[in-house]
Ligand binder design. Structure first.
Ligand SMILES: [Zn+2]
Length: 269
């Protein structure tokens, strides 16, 4: 069983964008001042008009924002021992097959759920070994809470947050698979109650970037989508806003929806 055997070849995926055979899913929240910031930051976003059509004949704005706000990328330099800033991440890491690990039912029962190595092994027993260069996304269902600060952070009386994430053990396996990036539909790839952020230290230390606050991942199959990740090229940045697109052939989509799963056959015409 080959992992990506059901996928449309990537050149066909690109060609299919214009004629609608390939669906493009935007996994990015629009940026404004009403998103869910990490606790503790007083100011997170500001935009103001510099010129208006009425006054100046053109419209321009300036904006200010945190590097880690909304849908954003953590560059390896964000946590030691990582050293690479966002502008120096090798561009080939921004393109790769999406591996979606679904923990929606576990997350509903336990907001502190973290994906363990056994969960990754179960994914691999269904779909094959996670390939080098994959971008591994955790689907928890948390976007249904966005942008409700209270429900999305899910803080207890002591201020500790409760949302699902990856475990250190799972990330060690993913590092071994030589993946390019990790992503989640929550505030952090570490689970919310973490205080030492092992997933950040381990993954970023291995040169793997993080995508955080991804939008609804429900349109993605566990395997079969291809991701394009386009972060801001901010010199020396610890990270920054990122636009993330998933490409999905309609054939792969209907195969996964009909339950054909990894044995589904993509259009090869
Ligand atoms: Zn971040």
């Amino acid at each position: 069983m080959s992992l990506f055997g059901q996928n449309t070849p990537h050149d066909e995926l690109l060609a299919g964008i214009s004629d609608g055979k390939t669906q493009v899913i935007d996994l990015t929240y629009a940026i404004n001042d009403k998103l869910v910031p990490w606790p503790g930051d007083g100011k997170f976003f500001e935009a103001k008009d510099n010129a208006t059509v009425a006054k100046d004949g053109i419209f321009t704005r300036s904006f200010w924002m945190l590097e880690h706000y909304g849908t954003h990328l953590d560059a390896p330099i964000h946590f030691p021992p990582g050293t690479t800033p966002v502008d120096k991440i090798p561009v080939k890491q921004f393109f790769g097959p999406a591996v979606v690990i679904d923990v929606q039912s576990e997350s509903t029962k336990n907001a502190d759920y973290s994906v363990d190595a056994a969960h990754v092994a179960a994914w691999e027993s269904r779909h094959g070994k996670i390939p080098a260069g994959a971008i591994v996304l955790l689907r928890t269902g948390w976007p249904s809470r966005w942008p409700d600060v209270k429900r999305y952070r899910n803080q207890d009386a002591l201020g500790k947050m409760h949302f699902p994430g990856f475990s250190a053990e799972a990330v060690k396996v993913l590092i071994d698979r030589k993946i390019s990036g990790l992503g989640c539909d929550t505030l952090s790839v570490d689970y919310g109650a973490s205080s030492d952020y092992p997933v950040h230290h381990l993954g970023l230390g291995a040169g793997i970037y993080n995508l955080e606050n991804l939008r609804d991942l429900s349109g993605l199959p566990e395997t079969g989508a291809f991701l394009i990740v386009a972060p801001i090229k901010l010199e020396g940045g610890s990270g920054g806003p990122v636009r993330v697109f998933a490409l999905l052939s309609n054939a792969a989509k209907s195969a996964s929806e009909s339950g054909a799963g990894s044995s589904g056959v993509a259009a090869t015409k």
